[in-house]
Design a protein around this ligand. Structure first.
Ligand code: SF4
Ligand code: SF4
Length: 436
């Protein structure tokens, strides 16, 4: 019998201890007796029934490799599960704004949109994938640029996709990442009829800071217009999920509480709030590293954001979840297509030849043209020593492959991000807020 490698013990400000096992997801509040027994690995000081409970919850294991083997199996089941086809479609490189930090506009021909023949390839691809794998769910994310700049392409494709899904009893869910400014009653009604379920709209901080970054090409500000759109969505489309993503960096972090207070005053906190920590991992974003928080500070930063949000009445559930891969893009059946139907895995890499893995051809088939694809797809954290030995593995999944590549020149390596030190803060916040 051994203690699991995947136990994490932490404590809150009052000295209350928590034991978490990242493989089983089990959480225990520990008194100091248990803490000292476990920290000193004195398993035999525990009673049989205590050992039994800890075994059932993965804290004690008979064979120290057993959890890793099980996780390997579950990771593969998840990775190769073919019930879900997930597509992120960059409808255009173009945008109605000229945000100062945009990772796309400076490198791309912003006039390029997916035209009818590009979209037909994607429609054929969906049909081909269904005939091969009979997926039951289709998740489509409309992305850009600003996806609504190619509303013509959206109008052409969505009814066809919906019809195909209805005919084949596929559950369709469409999400959009948008700045919100081109949305109106007519186009929203159309997209909702075609299974648009969620829109994510980003704010870059309170008005003054947001308006320094998110501007129209003529320099005009956007904050007030976006707030008006959010109110319009709240009042007219209550069934549509709206996620307000608040980008956080070193410049705007001290003012996020002001933004939350503003959103509360405007009755917008009933929408989902997501804090998006700005990273400089996208290859064309090197110039923002001075305002990005290093990974080791993220636990502290996120904890204080959760506190601010909770003070404003938002429910922030932070109990760590199990993750079989760090993100959905490690899965086999997940694809990102540029407007020209070049194939990538991650949207952070869009437009970067090194990470362009292939093309979607006229027959709706992906032709892999870049062997880096196999490096991406063969990532298995149980075969990466650093991850296999890492206590966070069950709640991490091997890290972000974009990070992995940037740090070691291969996707097939640990890509630690927003996990180490963050899981502990998640546990403490859950303990302090009666979630465990
Ligand atoms: S990516 Fe980093 S945090 Fe995640 S399991 Fe691997 S070593 Fe641990
Ligand atoms: S690979 Fe990394 S950057 Fe890309 S979506 Fe996943 S977590 Fe994000």
């Amino acid at each position: 019998m051994n203690l699991s490698k995947y136990n994490i013990i932490t404590e809150n400000e009052a000295g209350e201890k928590i034991l978490f096992n990242s493989m089983s997801g089990a959480v225990f509040k520990l008194n100091s007796d248990y803490e000292s027994i476990l920290k000193a690995n004195r398993i035999l000081d525990l009673s049989d029934s205590e050992i039994d409970i800890f075994k059932k919850n993965g804290v004690i294991v008979d064979d120290s490799e057993q959890q890793l083997r099980q996780y390997d199996y579950e990771h593969n089941l998840f990775k190769y599960d073919d019930s879900l086809l997930s597509i992120t479609w960059l409808t255009t490189w173009g945008c109605n704004l000229e945000c100062t930090y945009c990772f796309e506009g400076d490198k791309k021909n912003t006039k390029i949109v997916s035209n009818k023949s590009d979209i037909d390839k994607m429609l054929l691809f969906i049909e081909n994938e269904h005939s091969k794998h009979h997926f039951k769910y289709l998740a489509l994310t409309l992305f850009g640029g600003e996806p609504m700049v190619n509303y013509k392409g959206i109008k052409y494709s969505l009814p066809k996709i919906k019809e195909f899904c209805d005919d084949h009893e596929i559950i369709l869910g469409i999400n959009m990442v948008s700045n919100g400014l081109l949305l109106n009653e007519k186009n929203l009604n159309f997209m909702i009829e075609n299974d648009l379920k969620m829109i994510q709209i980003t704010l870059d901080g309170p008005q003054q800071l947001h308006d320094q970054k998110r501007i129209y090409p003529n320099g005009k500000s956007t904050f007030n217009r976006i707030i008006e759109k959010l109110e319009f969505l709240r009042d007219n489309f209550p069934l549509l999920t709206i996620c307000i993503r608040i980008n956080v960096d070193k410049e705007n972090y001290p003012y996020i509480e002001d933004l939350l207070a503003f959103l509360k005053k405007r009755n917008l906190l009933m929408m989902t709030i997501d804090f998006g920590i700005i990273r400089d991992e996208a290859t064309s974003c090197g110039n923002i590293s001075n305002i990005c928080y290093p990974d080791e500070e993220l636990g502290k930063i996120l904890y204080s954001l959760w506190l601010s949000a909770a003070k404003k009445g938002l429910s922030m559930r932070t109990v760590p979840a199990k993750r079989y891969t760090y993100c959905g893009l490690n899965r086999e059946h997940s694809y990102t297509f540029s407007p020209e139907m070049n194939f990538y895995k991650c949207w952070e890499h869009l437009g970067d030849e090194e990470h362009n893995f292939g093309i979607l051809n006229e027959r709706g088939e992906i032709e892999i043209t870049n062997p880096n694809y196999y490096d991406w797809m063969s990532k298995n954290p149980t075969a990466i020593y650093e991850c296999a030995e890492c206590k966070y593995l069950g709640s991490c999944g091997g890290g972000c492959s974009v990070n992995s590549y940037n740090q070691s020149g291969t996707y097939n390596s640990a890509g630690c991000y927003q996990v180490k030190g963050v899981i502990e803060k998640q546990l403490v916040f859950s303990l302090n807020n009666n979630q465990i």
